[in-house]
Every structure is written in structure tokens, then in C-alpha cells.
Ligand binder design. Structure first.
Ligand code: NI
Length: 152
């Protein structure tokens, strides 16, 4: 772990003019993660870590505010090892719990061990996220991510 300082801005209104206050705070982060983040920053051409972190925070907050109550269509991509005991039936059971959201799914045998499942869903963003979180937290699931398309 290393410690560093990052800067965030706090936008305030002073006599109708938008002013930004800057706040410094310390952050502890693993070397590995910081190294990956620096590679990302260089690839994107950010002038400073602070600017990149600001954008990541803004993007995360934007996604979070969009999610609540808004309806949409999405795809959940799950990767798991089908040899894990009872995992396939657990995943099916969870999808049945959310049958009002699930439109269809596609199963792809990636290799000897791994399967990918694409679950197409329709509903509010928080319902779709709830299903994704439930699938992700099932023991044996390697990854589960939700991609939401615009529209209803
Ligand atoms: Ni398979």
C-alpha cells in the first residue's frame, strides 16, 4: 500500500459565478492497482492523476443517479466454471426469482471449464443491478457485469 494525495473540486455558487474549491485528501491504494491506473491515465492522456480520479468519480456518480428507478433494457454477462457443484442450478434458480425481468439467455461453452451466459433483461436499473449483484455474489461465479442500453 502507498499513500498519495488527490484533489477533488467542490463547486459552489458565489454571486452567480460558478467557483470550484479544491480539497486535498490522502488515499491508500495498492501498488498494483495504482500501476494499472497510471497505465490507464497515460493511455487516455490525462495530465494528472487528480483529473483522472475526478472523472472516474463523476462517471460513477452519474451511473448511480441514472440507475435509480429508470427503466431500460440490458444484458448481464456471466462467466463461471460449470464444474462447480450445483452452480448451474443455482444460477437458473436465481433467474427464475427474477422471471419478470429476464427476456432470454444465451449459453456459450468457452472452454472445458468455463461457460459464459448472456442474460437479456428489461426493467428498472436497480432491479437489473439487483439481479446482477445476486448472480455475481454466487459462489463459483467469476464475473457478472451489467450493460444497460438506452430506451425502454
Ligand atoms: Ni457451458
Amino acid at each position: 500500500m502507498i499513500c498519495g494525495s488527490i484533489i477533488i473540486t467542490n463547486v459552489t455558487q458565489i454571486k452567480g459565478i460558478k467557483m470550484s474549491k479544491i480539497k486535498r485528501f490522502g488515499v491508500s491504494i495498492s501498488y498494483d492497482l495504482l500501476e494499472q491506473f497510471d497505465t490507464f491515465i497515460n493511455k487516455k492522456g490525462y495530465p494528472t492523476r487528480s483529473k483522472a480520479i475526478e472523472d472516474v468519480i463523476r462517471e460513477t456518480l452519474k451511473k448511480e443517479s441514472l440507475r435509480i428507478g429508470e427503466k431500460g433494457t440490458g444484458a448481464i454477462i456471466i462467466v463461471y466454471d460449470h464444474h462447480k457443484r450445483e452452480l448451474v442450478s443455482k444460477l437458473t434458480y436465481i433467474q427464475h426469482e427474477f422471471h419478470n425481468l429476464v427476456i432470454c439467455n444465451q449459453h456459450i461453452h468457452l472452454d472445458h471449464h468455463n461457460c459464459m451466459e448472456i442474460v437479456v433483461v428489461k426493467g428498472t436499473h436497480n432491479q437489473m443491478q439487483k439481479l446482477t449483484d445476486k448472480l455475481q455474489s454466487t459462489k463459483g461465479v467469476k464475473s457478472a457485469s451489467l450493460s444497460i442500453a438506452k430506451g425502454r
